[in-house]
Write a protein that binds this ligand. Structure first.
Ligand code: SAM
Length: 291
């Protein structure tokens, strides 16, 4: 069976009386080159353990299984259990886990299932949980080397946006704190069944080594980033002053002291600016606490 051939997919789904769920982001790939190229881009080889989110009928899973030491695929839709039992029957290095990827203990799953292997994440992500899945993997410091994922083109542009560009937002800063994001290639909407209204793109996030900053510092920095971008057309000092409960004149002084233009808008600030600002705000709060 060819898992990207339209006639084969239709026959498979009819045999199992399966209907697509729009709310689960079920758009299955129908172009053979795409899962093969995603699997190649993930760098999966015999020493790799791949965590896949949302196998669908298993077209990417199969490509990963042909390259990796082991594949663990998490699927929410129980109706796909008999379908996947049929399509992946020949692959002994694939383990299916049925559940919500956002509710599972991913660090435990990775440490239990990938012992002796180099873990990576690879997936054609359901569009409605793109950012939560990416942030969950990064924030939980899952010991993965990289995440190679297909997402909607617009989300890919936002995630990979450079500071100072129109697409840059809180997600771009957060992702670049934890990883080096790269936009790899574009996939047209015609490569899916059913066909979505927008194109997609494959991105790879190469995870950076864990920083030595305390959790409290990271929490403050993400608060600062989210708040600054909450009113992206205004000067960042406006929303930040309310969020941090620091008067605007005081905040302007802090920004100037760490080399940031006090009139800057969030999208003009780099990750390094946010990091320095966090250092200064933390120092200032520490000083006040002493006084
Ligand atoms: N990998 C297949 C492909 O490329 O053709 C299917 C990808 S489809 C875009 C997304 C898959 O994620 C679907 O199989 C869907 O049921 C599954 N899914 C949706 N929400 C999920 C969740 N919270 N946890 C795990 N899987 C989920």
């Amino acid at each position: 069976m060819n898992l990207t051939n339209l006639a084969d997919i239709r026959a498979l789904l009819a045999r199992h009386d399966f209907r697509f769920s729009k709310s689960l982001g079920q758009n299955f790939l129908t172009a053979a080159w795409v899962p093969a190229d995603i699997a190649d881009a993930s760098g999966a080889d015999a020493g790799t353990g791949v965590l896949e989110v949302g196998p669908g009928i298993g077209c990417l899973t199969e490509q990963l299984a042909q390259r990796a030491g082991k594949v663990v695929s998490v699927e929410l839709d129980e109706r796909l259990r008999p379908v996947l039992a049929e399509t992946l029957a020949g692959y002994e290095n694939v383990e299916l886990v049925f559940g919500d990827v956002l509710a599972l203990d991913l660090p435990q799953l990775v440490s239990e299932r990938f012992s002796g292997l180099r873990p990576v994440v690879c997936a054609n992500l359901p569009y409605y949980i793109t950012s939560p899945v990416i942030m969950r993997v990064l924030e939980s410091r899952l010991p993965v080397k990289s995440m190679t994922v297909m997402v909607q083109k617009e989300a890919a542009d936002r995630i990979c946006a450079k500071p100072g560009t129109r697409d840059c937002g809180a997600i771009s800063c957060a992702v670049s704190y934890y990883s080096e994001p790269k936009l790899l290639f574009r996939v047209g909407r015609g490569s899916f069944m059913p066909s979505p209204n927008v194109d997609s793109a494959v991105i790879r996030l190469d995870v950076k080594p864990a920083s030595d900053k305390p959790a409290e510092w990271e929490k403050l920095m993400f608060r600062i980033i989210r708040s600054a971008f909450s009113q992206r057309r205004k000067q960042a000092a406006n929303p930040l002053s309310g969020e941090l409960r620091i008067t605007k004149p005081e905040l302007v002084e802090i920004m100037a002291s760490c080399g940031i233009k006090p009139t800057a808008r969030a999208e003009e600030l780099t990750l390094q600016d946010f990091e320095r600002l966090t250092d200064c705000v933390m120092g200032e709060k520490g000083e006040k606490g002493k006084g």
